[in-house]
Write a protein that binds this ligand. Structure first.
Ligand code: IMP
Ligand code: MG
Length: 185
């Protein structure tokens, strides 16, 4: 992997990205997750609704969607970043799903579960829309910094306590295009 420059928009920092999960391992795991999810939802009578959390989960969602063998629709949510003093659970959404969720089987798609606050707040909001079922798929689970308990129904990889970039995950908006996952030191 070529050396990547520290993003100019962020505070200057010496960083060397180290490989954590190769694109081949990701592709294999995402296909397995697609099989697992397709099996769980095999008998539902409406298309599954994938609710993708912008922006980081889009790359994972695009691959996961194409690994499904059941019909699926796409919706998006976008969390506004936590302001200082934002109470836990009071997350604001900059974008909410557009279609009705009532009676639908909904699978929330996230890139990484860290403190757990983002997904828990979004799950609470989605559950108010009365879906028939609501589950969570996360590419990465980093349990070291969990602040709230989260039930992850489909997990790609459990990772150690490192900040990661690539495959949709960013540092100051950059590095989402990297095909594998790297950690910064
Ligand atoms: P949580 O609410 O603390 O669980 O934060 C999860 C959100 O923070 C994810 O949607 C990611 O966008 C972002 N995030 C957390 N850890 C990382 C990381 O290591 N790299 C990139 N983004 C991260
Ligand atoms: Mg995110």
């Amino acid at each position: 992997m070529p050396e990547v420059e520290a993003p100019t928009r962020a505070a200057p920092m010496k960083m060397s990205p180290r490989a954590m999960i190769s694109s081949d391992r990701i592709a294999k795991r995402v296909r397995e997750m697609g099989d697992e999810i397709s099996e769980v939802y095999r008998d539902i009578d409406t298309p599954l609704v994938l609710v993708v959390i912008l922006k980081g989960a889009t790359v994972f969602a695009a691959d996961l969607l194409r690994s499904l063998t059941i019909p699926a629709e796409l919706e998006f949510v976008r969390a506004a970043s936590y302001g200082s003093g934002t109470a836990p659970g009071k997350l604001k959404l900059a974008h909410m799903v557009e279609g009705p969720m009532i009676g639908r089987h909904v699978l929330l798609i996230e890139d990484i579960i860290d403190s757990g606050r983002t997904v828990n707040a979004i799950m609470r909001r989605l559950s108010k829309l009365k879906p028939a079922s609501l589950r969570l798929a996360a590419l990465l689970d980093r349990p070291a910094r969990r602040e709230e308990e989260v039930k992850i129904d489909f997990t790609g990889f459990v990772i150690p306590d490192r900040f990661v970039i690539g495959y949709g995950l960013d540092y100051a908006g950059l590095y989402r295009e990297l095909p594998g996952i790297y950690y910064l030191t």
